[in-house]
Design a protein around this ligand. Structure first.
Ligand SMILES: [Cu+2]
Length: 396
């Protein structure tokens, strides 16, 4: 956590639905066109009529035959960046997502009940003669960037909530600490990916993500949240640490969950309570997330007890990259050279991180050599420099 506020993200505004790229499905959409696909979203399935489509403008007619409101997403290959989405598809309704998609690997997802990571499947877009370069005007690109970023943040808090529930159950159980320790950095990824937005809630961030060193105990401040529980689960580096009683565990766990519910509620709010994501805030968020890496993760300060800093590191970098990619179509029309430079440097930093992967996760921070840390810090700096020009370039 850091105690800065991303003021423009906290601005409240009425936000229109994803009008630009959705429309009501026409009843005769089964035209045999390879770019028109049918999606059947049920309680426990997400059947897409084909696993591939030729590059170009693709339509997904999403029918909800389940009993919960559903959503449909087309995600980039990383499963994080949202290419397009339709929300609020009520039972027995059909809505269409129309998106212009270049050749590549993608992921489709239905989210019945609108929670969690959804029912996902791989999807491939093959090469075609169709022109897929962005031709939309700037206003449309900006609206799309805003809508996709909002959907991405909502997707992350919704997954954070599901995993936090699971985590606090394991932690409260008292006999599942190994499982709780394994889930800890995985659940936190969803927080770290959107950390600049989470921090914009100045009341929630200190309660949820404060490190012990940031707490003013002398002034009567209480230490709660992820890192307090982290210390209880990994007391090895603590001196004379008295483990919490089951009652204390329950208190801290319930508090973390209640704050996560509140965070998710604010992020999912619509109408007058909806968060606004102007282009400059998205671009500044990208830079802010990389600063988080430089100040807390590369130094091994964030996860002092668990040593799981590299999970946070990767999640912050993911978040920075998604925000950059969100504004990339606008940037390409204004400074294609900067767009290319940023793409390259994100790739280089990710390759370096890949070198420290172990199993589904990463090595612990104390397994890194001084050389490893220096290399990572250098790659972060190399990316920071061009990233500091992003906001000015996109709003110019
Ligand atoms: Cu943090």
């Amino acid at each position: 956590m850091r105690k800065t506020l991303l003021a423009s993200l906290a601005t409240l505004a009425v936000v229109p639905a994803l009008a630009a790229c959705t429309e009501n499905a026409s009843p005769d959409s089964e035209s045999g066109d390879a770019r028109t696909l049918a999606v059947a979203s049920t309680k426990d399935a997400c059947d897409v009529s084909a696993k591939t489509a030729p590059a170009g403008t693709i339509s997904f007619d999403v029918s909800n035959t389940g009993s919960d409101v559903t959503e449909f997403y087309l995600l980039a290959e990383d499963g994080l960046r949202i290419v397009g989405e339709v929300e609020n598809i009520g039972p027995s309704l059909t809505k269409t997502l129309t998106v212009t998609v270049p050749e590549g690997e993608y992921v489709t997802a239905c989210k019945p009940g609108m929670v969690g990571e959804g029912i996902r499947a791989d999807f491939k877009v093959t090469s075609s003669d169709e022109k897929v370069t962005v031709s939309a005007d700037e206003a449309e690109l900006i609206e799309q960037a805003t809508n996709n970023y909002r959907a991405y943040v909502q997707d992350q808090t919704s997954q954070l909530l599901v995993k936090t529930k699971e985590f606090v159950e394991l932690y409260k159980a008292g006999d599942s600490d190994d499982e709780a320790r394994a889930l800890y950095p995985v659940a936190r990824e969803h927080w770290e990916r959107i950390e600049t937005v989470a921090e914009s809630f100045g009341d929630l961030d200190p309660k949820m993500d404060a490190r012990e060193a940031d707490v003013d105990f002398a002034a009567g401040e209480k230490w709660t949240g992820w890192h307090a529980i982290e210390k209880d689960l990994w007391p090895a580096r603590a001196e004379k640490y008295a483990a919490w009683t089951p009652e204390e565990r329950a208190t801290y766990a319930d508090d973390l969950l209640a704050n996560t519910v509140e965070l998710d509620k604010r992020v999912q709010a619509t109408g007058t309570g909806a968060l606004e994501y102007p282009l400059d805030a998205i671009a500044n968020g990208s830079r802010g997330l990389l600063e988080e890496v430089a100040t807390g993760k590369v130094t091994g300060e964030e996860e002092f007890w668990s040593r799981t800093d590299l999970w946070d590191f990767q999640a912050n970098v993911d978040g920075a990259r998604i925000a950059f990619e969100g504004v990339q179509p606008v940037l390409e029309t204004k400074n294609a050279e900067l767009a290319e430079q940023l793409t390259t440097r994100f790739t280089e930093l990710n390759e370096l991180l890949d070198g420290h992967r172990k199993g589904d996760g990463f090595v612990y921070y104390d397994e890194l050599t001084k050389d490893d840390v220096d290399q990572l810090a250098a790659a972060v700096n190399t990316l920071s420099e061009p990233l500091s020009h992003l906001t000015a370039a996109v709003v110019s």
